[in-house]
Design a protein around this ligand. Structure first.
Ligand code: TYD
Length: 143
């Protein structure tokens, strides 16, 4: 349940920059779904849930936003502001996103299709479930 920042190789030349995302390669799972958030209002907090089994990689392809990640024991706050960085969010991590820049496009790659039954939307329910999970250190790893 580590929080891993994936450094995405950037192919740059005098025309600009390009990042390629490949399943089971720089994205550590089969990509079944891609969604993105944009035109997020000021003072909006999104997310505010955990997933039972879904794994995701979030990339701020434009602009920036902040993440709060919580494994029920510890919390980490970080800024996602680089299209060459992917934030790996494992299952059973409570996440909140906020302070979206006006131009932010936050893209998320997921290893499952959308499934409402996979969501844990109540924080106290999340804490109850997290209490039963084995203690895994929650640290930021730069890959
Ligand atoms: P929601 O879960 O509220 O977004 P978040 O919690 O990340 O801020 O999703 C907003 C709406 O979009 C909600 O009606 C469900 C729908 N949705 C899909 O249909 N497919 C998806 O892959 C996602 C992430 C959301």
């Amino acid at each position: 349940m580590d929080i891993k920042m994936i450094r995405l190789q950037t192919h740059g030349d005098d025309r600009g920059s390009l990042v390629a995302l490949e399943q089971e390669n720089n994205i550590p799972f089969e990509i079944k779904r891609v969604y993105y958030m944009f035109k997020t209002g000021q003072n909006v907090r999104r997310g505010c849930h955990a997933h039972r089994r879904l794994r995701q990689v979030a990339i701020a392809v434009r602009g920036s936003c902040r993440f709060l990640l919580d494994n029920g024991r510890e919390q980490i706050e970080l800024l996602l502001d680089n299209p060459a960085q992917g934030l790996l969010i494992d299952s059973f991590i409570w996440r909140e996103m906020y302070e979206f820049s006006e131009d932010c496009v936050l893209m998320v790659l997921a290893d499952q299709l959308y499934d409402e039954t996979d969501y844990v939307r109540n924080y106290n329910d999340f804490l109850e479930i997290a209490k039963k999970a084995p203690l895994i250190p929650h640290k930021l790893i730069q890959a």
